[in-house]
Design a binder for this molecule. Structure first.
Ligand code: HEM
Length: 408
């Protein structure tokens, strides 16, 4: 990690194996060295902070748990759990949660099936030209700007507009959506902010759903409202839950991945030069950025006592699905901590593994591909701004939130 990143020295005060804290700034800024230490110290780290939680760092453990849906339920997916007694904005508005991500079969199976056609290769192509135009408009402004910020002025602006178009909600509300989603996911330790973000998203989408009931449009919300399961229309609260998921899942995940990729290129000039000279490497490079800077950590809850690698997991414990660490496991990836932009064998799990594997991966890949291609075409030489400070968000989704750049 670069010297531009603020470190507060908290790293030394934490017993990572027995009392890890993924919201600690040291973990957010440089989780890689912590995972390396953990691989030597214990099979799976544990903490009793917030709730009894486990943090695997090995690829085989993470994927085994992702596939064992009988012992590990998706009914609690937040890595920072809503504690007993804390107001839960989802109750009683979302009796079905936000399926498919928060559901186990059978609800998971058929709600996922309803979403998948919207994210097929073919469907996603419909958004390619708008994404290209959007990126170029943003780049126009960035080139003119004296102090461009790759995260704020570029990465953050893209996914929210694409998702808003897909959901059929006004794109001029994108800044508001972004701040709701950030409040909900990124500042999850601040109860008020989390509640505020959730309320904003819920209230807005409830109104949008009511509007679609009287005047349907050609969008995902309208299609969900007209869908049937077992001969019955979907309950409005189910449509609400699924719409919330699509809005939340598609925004800061992809924005973080675009931002981290730009961070890498700003700090690794050989890779930047090579991609500019050989843009046909972009598909491989995108996969490698996804592997090395995987943004998403999810959670599961243990449904019955089970022992994994000698660790006694109790019913009700949380397990953090550490896909980012799995992707840096040296037992699976050669030079795991090195970014190899033309890595040929790359079975990363940035999009998860098993039945919950990301439904939006085609869309995310398209957005990453277009945004990075357009950027390097028009800004082939750039670096971190002298004296600028890169800041990172962490927890459920990791990525740069401020990325001051200098165009050379
Ligand atoms: C680089 C960007 C993205 C990353 C790294 C990512 C990562 C993930 C991961 C790791 C999961 C698995 C969750 C679990 O196992 O509990 C997931 C699920 C999901 N993602 Fe993404 N995601 C990204 C972008 C998107 C986009 C653009 C959408 C579209 C709206 C999306 C929609 C979903 C949905 C609907 C699920 C739930 C699938 C299920 O439970 O069956 N994601 N994502």
């Amino acid at each position: 990690m670069s010297n531009n990143i603020i470190m507060d020295g908290n790293y030394l005060n934490i017993d990572w194996a027995n009392d890890f804290d993924i919201l600690n700034s040291a973990y957010i800024e440089d989780p890689f060295s912590i995972w390396e230490t953990l691989r030597e110290e214990c099979p799976i780290a544990h903490t009793d902070r917030r709730k009894s939680s486990w943090l695997p760092v090995d690829y085989d453990v993470v994927t085994k748990i992702a596939h064992d849906i009988n012992h590990f339920s998706s009914s609690e997916i937040l890595v920072i759990p809503i504690m007993d007694g804390e107001p839960n904005p989802a109750q009683p508005i979302l009796p079905y949660g936000v399926p498919p991500i928060s559901a186990d079969p059978p609800l998971h199976t058929w709600t996922r099936r309803l979403l998948l056609p919207w994210f097929s290769h073919k469907s996603v192509e419909r958004y390619r030209s708008m994404t290209t135009e959007l990126c170029n408009n943003l780049i126009d402004k960035i080139i003119e700007s004296k102090h461009p910020d790759g995260a704020r002025d570029f990465a953050q602006q893209i996914p929210v507009r694409v998702i808003a178009t897909m959901l059929g909600v006004p794109t001029d509300m994108t800044d508001t959506f972004t701040s709701w989603v950030r409040d909900f996911l990124e500042f999850a330790d601040d109860r008020e902010r989390r509640l505020n973000g959730a309320r904003g998203i819920f209230t807005f989408l409830i109104e949008e759903i009511e509007n679609r009931k009287s005047s349907p449009k050609n969008d995902l919300i309208s299609e969900l409202l007209s869908s049937e399961f077992n001969g019955k229309k979907l309950d409005s609260s189910l449509v609400l839950g699924m719409s919330i998921l699509v809005l939340v899942a598609g925004i800061d995940t992809t924005w973080s991945a675009i931002g981290s990729s730009l961070y890498h290129l700003a700090t690794n000039h050989n890779d930047l030069e090579r991609l500019v000279a050989e843009p046909e490497l972009m598909d491989l490079a995108v996969e490698e950025f996804l592997r090395a800077y995987s943004p998403v950590t999810m959670a599961r809850v243990v449904t019955e006592d089970i022992e994994i690698k000698g660790c006694p997991m109790k019913k009700g414990d949380k397990v953090l699905m550490n896909f980012p660490a799995a992707n840096r496991d040296p037992k699976v990836f050669s030079d795991a901590d090195k970014v190899v932009i033309d890595r040929k064998i790359n079975r990363h799990v940035a999009f998860g593994s098993g039945i919950h594997r990301c439904a939006g991966s085609n869309l995310a890949r398209m957005e990453l591909n277009v945004s990075l291609r357009e950027w390097i075409k028009r800004i082939p030489r750039f670096k971190l701004a002298e004296g600028g400070v890169v800041t990172w968000a962490g927890g459920q989704v990791r990525g740069p939130r401020e990325l001051p750049l200098e165009i050379i």
